[in-house]
Design a protein around this ligand. Structure first.
Ligand code: PLP
Length: 453
């Protein structure tokens, strides 16, 4: 459409640079998701709510690095905390346990009471990976269940039925497990059972069938950060997993701090057995956290520590009886300094962030309804998505397929041309750096481009 044409006129330096980037990285990017056609914008600088590209175009950033930048770009208090850690402690990395691990951990334990013990990782992917391994080790079972359309990271065990074609995915009440990547072994399609989201009866039938082999269910309490679980569904899932002896893992990589400080588990008042945190918890620095019930987490006790605690079962254990978890950068002190300060700032800012997003959603809805266009601003807390659909309710992956993605893509390019950035077809995330000025500018841009759709 017209949007792409003008996009090309405004971003010639991005194209020029992109031609160099493809000589270094396949597709010119270091994550497939960061590519979009005709070519991604190359950003040069970020500050507060704004991004600046190579051509000097300024954007209000609603991608916010896929939701991670809950305080915007370069929050001064976070930068200062990182600088102080680097200068006062004079080190990037100790390679030993250290004070900030406990300081950050205490804070997480207070905010997430289901997290009795935790471990640090470098990403959300690693956080869900560890949660799943813990669940398999604790239960002695080797299958897991996940929901169709839910993303938990890029490794084989969970990289099934994230975005399957409807032909391959089959019956909506008994979805098939479909590998998302070339190079995956069929093992994972067999060992990862797929459930329909927000469909308790169907999920229950599948879980009862597989219960003796299922270690855990992993769920995004808010699918993709914008399709909330219905309360009765979440409560039903918790009851069912307890009854069937299956652990419940909340993947709160996207939701943590984006509903309230206590994430989706506080919002739904549900205590999962294990939780994975990521993204906002580091305020833009690479971190993940796996935490949960003490007795499950303690499956990862190091051999020497279990001897100290006189856990006689672990004495003389063979290597395979020990749960492996390691990582050179786990608990990186500079990153924990950023995380601790991010939480401190957020405790002051979170209600304002959530109010800002409500104003924006209301404003956008009003503009579209004035034009007689059916759009949903779907989401809770400080992430939402714009879905063009005639459907009353979007409850899961299948419902989402009813959306008009072509119209959305045209809207996104038109908005980019007006200085409103999210990656085409991606969600909108809001940060503490987004205030009334950003809302006004954004709504003006929407008003202008809606007329052209
Ligand atoms: N889980 C969820 C719900 C996510 O949204 C993501 C990232 O988009 C991940 C896990 C993976 O996290 P990361 O990209 O930090 O590895």
């Amino acid at each position: 459409g017209m949007g792409i044409k003008r996009f090309a006129e405004k971003t010639p330096k991005s194209l020029e640079f992109y031609k160099e980037a493809i000589k270094v990285m396949p597709g010119g990017t270091t994550a497939n998701i960061k590519f979009f056609a005709p070519y991604p914008i190359i950003m040069e600088k970020g500050k507060g709510s704004r991004l600046y590209d190579l051509d000097g175009n300024e954007y209000i950033d609603y991608l916010l690095s896929y939701g991670a930048l809950i305080l915007g770009h370069g929050h001064p208090r976070v930068l200062q905390a990182v600088q102080e850690q680097l200068i006062d402690d004079g080190t990037y990395l100790f390679g030993t346990p250290h004070r900030l691990e406990v300081e950050m951990g205490r804070k997480i334990q207070q905010l997430y009471p289901s997290i009795e013990l935790l471990r640090y990782t470098n990403s959300g992917t690693e956080a869900t990976l560890l949660a799943i391994r813990l669940a398999c080790a604790y239960t002695g079972k080797n299958k897991i269940a996940k929901f169709e359309g839910h993303y938990h990271g890029g490794y084989d065990q969970v990289l099934v039925s994230v975005n399957p074609s409807l032909e391959e995915a089959g019956n909506p009440h008994q979805p098939k497990s479909v590998a998302e990547s070339k190079g995956m072994d069929h093992y994972h399609e067999e060992h990862t059972i797929i459930l329909p989201f927000n469909d308790l009866d169907a999920a229950s039938d599948i879980l009862r069938k597989w219960k003796d082999e299922l270690a855990a269910i992993i769920v995004e309490p808010i699918q993709g950060g914008f399709i909330p679980a219905e309360r009765s569904f979440m409560e039903g899932l918790r009851k069912l997993t307890e009854e069937l002896d299956i652990l419940l893992i909340f993947d709160e990589v996207k939701t943590c701090f984006r509903l309230g400080m206590g994430g989706a588990q506080e919002y739904y008042n549900i205590k999962p057995d294990l939780t994975a945190l990521g993204k906002a918890v580091g305020g833009g620095y690479p971190i993940g956290i796996t935490g949960g019930r003490k007795n499950v987490m303690e499956v990862s006790l190091p051999k020497a520590a279990s001897d100290v605690f006189d856990n006689s079962q672990s004495k003389n254990s063979k290597a395979r009886d020990v749960l492996f978890h390691s990582g050179t950068y786990n608990g990186h002190p500079s990153i924990l300094a950023a995380g601790i300060e991010t939480i401190a700032v957020l405790e002051e800012e979170i209600s304002r962030i959530n109010e800002t997003v409500e104003k924006l959603k209301t404003g956008i809805s009003k503009l579209f309804s004035q034009r007689g266009m059916a759009v949903q601003t779907l989401g809770l807390g400080s992430i939402f998505n714009l879905i063009f659909t005639e459907k009353d309710q979007i409850l899961n992956y299948r419902d989402l397929q009813s959306a008009d993605f072509e119209l959305r893509r045209e809207l996104d390019f038109q908005l980019i041309n007006e200085g409103i950035y999210t990656k085409p077809l991606n969600r909108y995330s809001i940060s503490s750096a987004h205030g009334q000025a950003e809302i006004d500018q954004t709504l003006d841009a929407f008003e202008k481009v809606i007329r052209k759709l």
